[in-house]
Design a protein around this ligand. Structure first.
Ligand SMILES: [Mg+2]
Length: 378
């Protein structure tokens, strides 16, 4: 089997509600995502999606499109999509780093392999350990009252854990927001906090110690990704697990974090970590180090959500609360047809009886939203 065609597009997505985080203090209203379709000489085609934010990842949707068109695509045309280790070795040789550009090619290759073998993608990741995964609901920056109202509504709606963005507003406001949410939802709902690199070491230490009274399940990326030294100090000084997100792109990053004991949760995103092959390696390294993984998301459409669902189904060492598999629920219109996902309450069901990724695109929606597009052929 040979890769004979790679097609990629940037596709605009609108959010239901502007999302305020430390890297988007004015609120993100929408963004482009990248969709890739890879086709083989046996006429199988696979899908992949990539969702970088330049402030978070150093990569952008435009740079992903450029690198696939000019570096990665030409390097892997003609290769066997089933030979995943060779595919990654080749991509790493022509372009070290650039995980968000590699990820959709990796996922499309897994999708093709699953279809060729007639098995769901999670079987290629080692199999599945669960039939459903609870979802967490993310809450961006706002007043304590508004945030507490939203958290209460989501818990009433069935969510059993809440992800709270901190680090964009003054520390006093964040502390008040988290305390108010905790008082409103009660002690049984895990609250994970995510500062998106928004604090320096001193602010992080001072703020996390004051936040501990609200019993957060973890605090993600309190300081900038380059500041591992401070993460080590913070993890050693506070009682709450620190989660590594922006600092964890590659298996090399994972090794460094484990060696330094810089984080006690790993935040996995299939785009950020370079696709399923590398993300599964990182999860295995975390498992060996006794570190649980949180299956996280960017602002994503359904192809990425389904990819992460296959991943979450296969990982033994998951954090014991909800995972960020709700990304398509906060965008106005997905490029997948309605009914592409099945739910039981606020748990998302792992698909059965599918081959590969198990989703199809709504081509009318894709065309309506396409900003830029190219095709490479062997
Ligand atoms: Mg994060």
């Amino acid at each position: 089997m040979k890769i004979v065609r790679i097609e990629a597009a940037t596709v605009w997505v609108d959010l239901v509600k502007p999302y305020i985080t430390a890297d988007y203090p004015d609120g993100m209203k929408g963004k482009p995502c990248v969709i890739v379709r890879m086709t083989t000489d046996s006429d199988l085609s696979g899908l992949g999606e990539s969702d970088p934010f330049p402030t978070f990842t150093y990569e952008s949707p435009e740079s992903v499109l450029h690198m696939i068109r000019h570096r990665l695509g030409p390097a892997i045309l003609g290769m066997d999509p089933g030979n995943l280790v060779a595919l990654h070795t080749k991509m790493d040789a022509v372009l070290p780093g650039w995980s968000f550009a590699k990820a959709p090619l990796d996922v499309a290759a897994y999708d093709i392999l699953g279809q060729a073998w007639g098995v769901p993608m999670y079987m290629l990741l080692g199999g599945k350990l669960r039939d459903q995964v609870p979802m967490i609901w993310p809450i961006g920056g706002d007043t304590p009252e508004t945030n507490a109202r939203e958290a209460k509504a989501k818990v009433d709606d069935g969510y059993r854990s809440i992800h709270i963005k901190v680090g964009a507003l003054a520390a006093e406001v964040d502390i008040a927001r988290v305390e108010r949410i905790r008082a409103t939802v009660g002690d049984d709902i895990p609250l994970m906090l995510d500062a998106n690199q928004g604090w320096d070491r001193t602010t992080a230490l001072r703020t996390i110690k004051r936040l501990e009274i609200s019993k957060p399940s973890m605090v993600e990326q309190p300081v900038p990704a380059w500041d591992i030294e401070s993460m080590v100090d913070i993890q050693a000084s506070v009682g709450v697990p620190i989660s590594a997100d922006e600092v964890l792109h590659s298996h090399h990053d994972a090794m460094n974090l484990i060696r330094r004991d810089a984080a006690r949760v790993f935040s996995l995103k299939t785009g950020k970590c370079g696709g399923l092959f590398r993300t599964r390696q990182i999860a295995a390294m975390a498992e060996a180090a006794g570190i649980p993984c949180f299956v996280n998301s960017m602002i994503e459409m359904g192809v990425s959500v389904m990819t992460s669902l296959h991943l979450a189904a296969s990982i033994p060492n998951l954090v014991d609360h909800g995972h960020a598999l709700m990304s398509n629920l906060r965008i106005k219109e997905d490029i997948l047809p309605a009914g592409s996902f099945q739910y039981e309450g606020r748990n998302i069901l792992v698909p059965e009886g599918i081959a590969g990724l198990g989703v199809k695109l709504d081509m009318e929606e894709v065309e309506k939203r396409t900003l830029d597009h190219f095709v490479l052929e062997l």
